[in-house]
Design a protein around this ligand. Structure first.
Ligand SMILES: Cc1cc2nc3c(=O)[nH]c(=O)nc-3n(C[C@H](O)[C@H](O)[C@H](O)COP(=O)(O)OP(=O)(O)OC[C@H]3O[C@@H](n4cnc5c(N)ncnc54)[C@H](O)[C@@H]3O)c2cc1C
Length: 288
C-alpha cells in the first residue's frame, strides 16, 4: 500500500538562479514539476566572498544529500580577527569547535559562495531548465496562473512564479509592503525557505493557496527567530565609520576577547541561531 497521491505537475518559474533559486529547483523538480530558472546574469553567478551555513541551513543541505560535497570545499577559517590600519590583529574571535553551544562569527561550515552555487547547479542542471541572460521584469497575476514578462520582450505562462531574486528582489518589492526586509542569515534562510516552500507545494500541488498558506505558517516561527536576532543598533555598532568609533570598537572587542567572553557566550548558549525550530519532514510529498 502506498500513501502517494495523484500529483498535479505544475509549470513553475523561478526568478533568480542564486542559492535559494537553485535550492527551489532541486526540490520542485523532485516533486515532478516543470521548473524553469531564469537568471539575469549571462552565466552562473558563482562569485562572492565566503558565506556560512548555520543551524537548520546545514540540515537543509544534508537533506539534499549535498553535505559531503559542501564539506569537501569548506574554507579553512580558524576565526575572525579585527585588525588595525597596519593589519595588526587587535582582537580575535575563534570558531567554536567544542561541538556545544552556538557558532561564533566563524561557522563550522564556511564555504566560498561560488563553490556553494556551483554545487547546487551541478545537482539541478539536468532536472530544471536554466535560462541565463534574461531577467523577469514584471508579471500579471490571473486567477489561477501568472504571465511573466522577460527582459527580451517575451512573455510566458506559468502556474506559479517564485521570486528568488536576492536582496534587491523586484518580485518581493511588487508584493510586499515597504519596509519588509530580507533577514542577515541569508544563505541558511534561503536554503531552509526553499526546502519548506517546495515541500508544501509538492505536498499540495492542486491547491496552491493552501500550500502557500502552510508555507507561511510553518516557516514564520523560524523567520521570526532569525530576524529577531538581528538588532540593527548592534549591527551598526559592529560597523563603525569614524576613526574614534573604530578605535573604541576595537578596544571593547579586544577586552571582551581577552576575557574570553565571545568564546564563553558561544559555548554556554543552549542553541545555535534559528532556535529550536525543526525542519519539517516532507518524505511522502517528495516521492514523485
Ligand atoms: C554576486 C553575489 C555575491 C554575493 N556575495 C555574498 C557574500 O560574499 N557574502 C554573503 O553573505 N552573501 C553574499 N551574497 C548574498 C547571498 O548569496 C544571498 O543573500 C543568499 O544566498 C540568499 O540567496 P538568494 O538566492 O536569495 O540570493 P542571491 O544569491 O543574491 O541570488 C539572487 C539571484 O537572482 C538574480 N536576479 C536578480 N534579479 C533578477 C531578475 N529580475 N530576474 C532574474 N534573475 C534575477 C541575481 O543575478 C542572483 O543571481 C551574494 C550575492 C550575489 C548575487
Amino acid at each position: 500500500m502506498t500513501n502517494k497521491i495523484a500529483k498535479r505537475s505544475l509549470r513553475i518559474l523561478v526568478a533568480g538562479g542564486g542559492v535559494a533559486g537553485q535550492a527551489l529547483a532541486f526540490w520542485l523538480a523532485r516533486g515532478g514539476h516543470a521548473v524553469t530558472v531564469v537568471e539575469r546574469s549571462p552565466a552562473l553567478r558563482a562569485s562572492g566572498a565566503q558565506v556560512d551555513l548555520r543551524g537548520q541551513g546545514i540540515e537543509a543541505v544534508e537533506r539534499m544529500g549535498l553535505l559531503l560535497e559542501v564539506r569537501k570545499r569548506l574554507v579553512d577559517e580558524a576565526g575572525v580577527a579585527f585588525v588595525d590600519s597596519r593589519g595588526k590583529p587587535k582582537a580575535t574571535i575563534m570558531a567554536n569547535t567544542s561541538g556545544k553551544g552556538r557558532q561564533t562569527l566563524t561557522s563550522e561550515y564556511e564555504i566560498m559562495r561560488g563553490d556553494l552555487v556551483r554545487i547546487l547547479h551541478e545537482a539541478t542542471k539536468d532536472d530544471a531548465e536554466y535560462v541565463f541572460g534574461k531577467s523577469v521584469d514584471g508579471f500579471d497575476q490571473h486567477a489561477s496562473r501568472v504571465t511573466a514578462h522577460f527582459s527580451d520582450g517575451t512573455s510566458g505562462e506559468y502556474d506559479l512564479l517564485i521570486g528568488a531574486d536576492g536582496q534587491g528582489s523586484r518580485t518581493r518589492r511588487t508584493l510586499l509592503p515597504r519596509g519588509v526586509d530580507p533577514c542577515g542569515m541569508g544563505i541558511s534562510g534561503g536554503l531552509v525557505g526553499a526546502y519548506v516552500l517546495a515541500g508544501e507545494i509538492n505536498r499540495n500541488p492542486a491547491d496552491l493557496p493552501a500550500a502557500l498558506a502552510n508555507y507561511e505558517q510553518v516557516l514564520r516561527p523560524f523567520v521570526d527567530e532569525i530576524q529577531g536576532e538581528v538588532n540593527p543598533r548592534i549591527l551598526r555598532m559592529g560597523m563603525p565609520l569614524s576613526k574614534h568609533s573604530i578605535s573604541a570598537f576595537q578596544s571593547v572587542t579586544a577586552l571582551a576577547c581577552f576575557l574570553h567572553i565571545p568564546d564563553l557566550v558561544a559555548r554556554m548558549s543552549t542553541q545555535d541561531r534559528g532556535g529550536d525550530w525543526q525542519l519539517p519532514a516532507f518524505s511522502d510529498a517528495l516521492a514523485a
